[in-house]
Design a protein around this ligand. Structure first.
Ligand SMILES: [Zn+2]
Length: 328
């Protein structure tokens, strides 16, 4: 049996529990499959539609995690968030969902094979966030994505992987046709640095994306109005550049179909939340030598860290209800 299978089962049980708690407000879909393992096994990938169908067309926000199999903290942050939303049923966000004012579409685990196999890549050894085919202007050697071999991490792969195609379909079905003015999507990762980063496109170039000003206004809004001062906002390329970022590709696709010159149009706003897990290394210097250490905080700090992102996710998802002009 695969070493991470128990863990994957645990997360999938939590997803089912959320579906149950959500009642009529949550629809569970089996949306696609992972690439095959060496034994020929494919893992199902699920989507949750949260809210009324009309809200999913008119005021939708996206939530994604588990792109990298080792970054299980992102999956747990997502599950904790949904769990809390439906367990309490008292928050403003819950009421908005119940009343058809907001919908959330969610892929809780995009790379279930990576989780089950306890590795960053998918079962084919491909790093999904290096897999989109977008060439970076200049990316760091190796870490920025390479085509040497799937025996090494950060391998880009030669073709678009099943998991990447699932994300494409998710984008095409829910995000591209969404009618709201701002379509926020948050993809939760962990592992880089000592602080929590919130990145927008691009990962592959230092060139500004078409929505740079809008993203900056969002950052100001979240910081000044909602006091999210602990998050560090900016384009991903400010931290590091990589080849093959999936959001770069989808963002560019969106620009082609819905250019930013249409001021009454919608804006597709992918954000990556990269939860910093290096701060606790000072408390436990041996952790850095343990395999999963860098990507996951110690147990005691974990629960506190997980809960601390609920409010942030709420405030980002609620952007789906407002217009760019409401930010300033
Ligand atoms: Zn990641």
């Amino acid at each position: 049996m695969l070493r991470g299978m128990k863990r994957l089962n645990r997360y999938e049980n939590r997803i089912l529990k959320i579906v149950k708690l959500g009642g009529k407000l949550v629809r569970f879909r089996q949306y696609g499959f992972s690439t095959k393992t060496a034994e020929g096994f494919r893992f199902p990938i699920y989507v949750l539609e949260i809210g009324k169908e009309k809200a999913i067309k008119r005021n939708v926000a996206g939530l994604v995690a588990g792109v990298h199999g080792l970054e299980t903290i992102g999956i747990r942050v997502l599950l904790d968030f949904l769990d809390d939303l439906f367990a309490r049923k008292t928050s403003d966000l819950y009421k908005e969902i119940r009343d058809g004012e907001l919908g959330i579409v969610c892929i809780p685990i995009l790379n279930p094979g990576g989780v089950a196999m306890k590795r960053r890549s998918n079962p084919g050894g491909v790093d999904l966030m290096r897999n989109s085919g977008v060439e970076a202007v200049k990316a760091p050697f190796f870490f920025g994505g390479h085509k040497i071999s799937n025996l090494f991490p950060y391998y880009r792969g030669n073709v678009l992987q099943s998991e990447s195609k699932v994300l494409d379909r998710f984008y095409a079905e829910y995000l591209l046709p969404a009618e709201n003015k701002m379509i926020p999507v948050i993809d939760i990762h962990s592992g880089f640095g000592a602080v929590d980063h919130v990145w927008w496109p691009y990962a592959g170039t230092h060139e500004q994306c078409a929505d740079e000003t809008l993203f900056q206004n969002i950052a100001n809004y979240l910081t000044t109005k909602f006091n999210h001062i602990l998050y560090r906002f900016g384009p991903q390329s400010e931290t590091y550049t990589t080849h093959g970022d999936l959001w770069d590709r989808l963002y560019n696709e969106y620009q082609k179909i819905k250019p930013d010159t249409d001021i009454n149009g919608s804006r597709f706003l992918p954000l990556t939340l990269e939860i910093g897990t290096w701060s606790d290394i000072q408390l436990d210097p041996w952790k850095i030598f343990r395999k999963r250490g860098i990507f996951n905080p110690t147990r005691e700090l974990k629960q506190e860290s997980i809960i601390s992102h609920r409010k942030f996710l709420t405030d980002v998802l609620r952007l789906a209800k407002i217009k760019p002009m409401d930010l300033v």
